[in-house]
Write a protein that binds this ligand. Structure first.
Ligand code: FAD
Length: 117
């Protein structure tokens, strides 16, 4: 049982890291196609998340707080908010979403000019 908890936590950390880093690189002014892509990504992330109880719980959170994909900052704050909802349910500290801006670094500063297009 202990091993399962460790694996579940590790999966969670990796998944959150990827999700928040994707948000941090999402365009400031996304096209309709980019907005649709992010919305689809989030829905598939919810649907396919490998921990079944987590996915079901998260599905309810996302149903209550629909994905915000109109800009980088709205997407980043949305992801921070839903992560905080999970944090609360697990009795973890709530993250200050006003600090989300520089927290996630994709390590790809060399193509910062290009942004995602
Ligand atoms: P994590 O919550 O994994 O966070 C990693 C790091 O992200 C933190 O150290 C902090 O630096 C930063 N961070 C924290 N909060 C935020 C935020 N709001 N916004 C941005 N960055 C933040 N585990 C369960 O036991 N039961 C569940 O039902 C469950 N559901 C989950 C659903 C999803 C979709 C995901 C991705 C994970 C879920 N998990 C669940 C795993 C859980 O959320 C944690 O990932 C895991 O418990 C490890 O926690 P942690 O304390 O290392 O920090």
């Amino acid at each position: 049982k202990l091993g399962n908890e460790t694996a579940k936590a590790e999966l969670g950390r990796s998944a959150w890291k990827l999700l928040h880093t994707i948000m941090s690189r999402f365009p400031d002014t996304p096209s309709q196609d980019e907005q649709t892509a992010l919305k689809s990504y989030i829905h598939l992330f919810v649907r396919l998340y490998p921990c079944g109880e987590c996915a079901e719980h998260f599905r309810q959170i996302v149903e209550k707080y629909p994905p915000q994909v109109s800009s980088r900052s709205s997407a980043a704050v949305w992801a921070c908010h839903v992560h905080n909802e999970v944090n609360k349910s697990l009795g973890k500290e709530v993250f200050d979403c006003s600090k989300i801006g520089d927290f996630y670094d994709c390590g790809c500063a060399e193509d910062a000019k290009d942004e995602m297009s």
